[in-house]
Design a protein around this ligand. Structure first.
Ligand code: NDP
Length: 257
């Protein structure tokens, strides 16, 4: 993504992988780039605030709760007023939540809340930002799919791989059932979106960030956020229409479903 102007929005940008994505994007020289950092409560996002001051005019902090229709609508209006006719080139649906409960412990409201953020969140974002993504396709000088034209990256994870459950269930007993189910659903939604919007020229890809030492990944994660994000940004940069509907890890290797 270096060297090309593009407008990017990342959800859940106040901590963890989201904050690191904003940091690494801001550090890549790219004249005219606008980075929109969505977070639920900007007044508590000190790290993000500091970063946006350092890269003033590049990082725009947007109040955004992906679990709330009105908030997503308002964020879309705000971003639209800044990007104008340039549209949005890259939407990274990163925000997610997790309960640590299995079937016996879990209650239906946990499944409902998890779906509201992890599945309906990316759904709301994709729907409300679609006009801006379509605008970016029209404005782009590139004729094939890429993150410089228009792309939606949905951050999924290995815990959503149905085939891998027998191998991962015992290894990650703390990963809650609602979370696993929500990521499997996000995978399905993304593959369907890839089909629905291929005529519009918008690329949809799923990424697994690795097991990362963040609040969600915990201290035993295998890698730091910096390594995961630098891998994912490298992968995103090289995506083509061949990767529309694909599920890749942060090294660009295909994931099983
Ligand atoms: P963290 O728990 O560290 O951060 C989660 C982020 O999502 C926070 O910024 C949080 O904001 C935000 N968020 C949660 N709910 C909402 C909401 N309703 N609206 C807006 N933002 C919200 O997680 P990670 O950084 O580790 O995870 C990032 C992504 O990577 C997730 O999609 C996760 O599922 C995925 N992933 C992570 C792995 C890991 O090992 N870390 C492994 C596989 C996948 P707030 O501070 O307001 O709560």
């Amino acid at each position: 993504m270096a060297g090309k102007t593009c407008n990017i929005l990342v959800t859940g940008a106040n901590r963890g992988l989201g904050l690191e994505i904003i940091k690494q994007l801001a550090e890549k020289p790219c004249p005219g780039r606008r980075i929109f950092a969505g977070c639920r409560d900007p007044s508590k996002a000190e790290g993000l605030e500091k970063l946006s001051k350092k890269h003033s005019g590049v990082i725009h902090i947007i109040r955004l709760d992906v679990g709330d229709n009105a908030s997503v609508l308002e964020a879309a209006k705000q971003v639209s007023s800044i990007v104008g006719g340039d549209g949005l080139n890259l939407l990274v649906n990163n925000a997610a939540m997790m309960y640590y409960s299995n079937m016996k412990e879990s209650v239906p409201s946990e499944m409902e809340n998890t779906f509201n953020v992890n599945v309906m969140g990316p759904m709301r974002m994709t729907k409300e930002f679609l006009p801006l993504l379509q605008m970016a396709v029209k404005k782009s000088s590139e004729s094939s799919m890429s993150c410089r034209r228009a792309a939606v990256i949905n951050i999924s994870g290995m815990m959503g791989c149905i085939e891998q459950v027998p191998a991962t269930y015992g290894l990650f007993p703390f990963v809650g059932l609602p979370y696993r189910v929500s990521k499997a659903a996000l995978n399905m939604m993304t593959v369907c979106n890839a089909e629905e919007f291929k005529g519009d020229g918008i690329l949809f890809t799923l990424l697994h960030p690795g097991w990362v030492r963040t609040d969600m990944g915990g201290p035993d994660g295998k890698i730091e956020a910096a390594e995961s994000v630098s891998g994912m940004l490298g992968v995103i940069e090289k995506l083509t229409e061949e990767h529309n509907g694909a599920f890749l890890n942060y090294k660009g290797q295909p994931m099983s479903w």
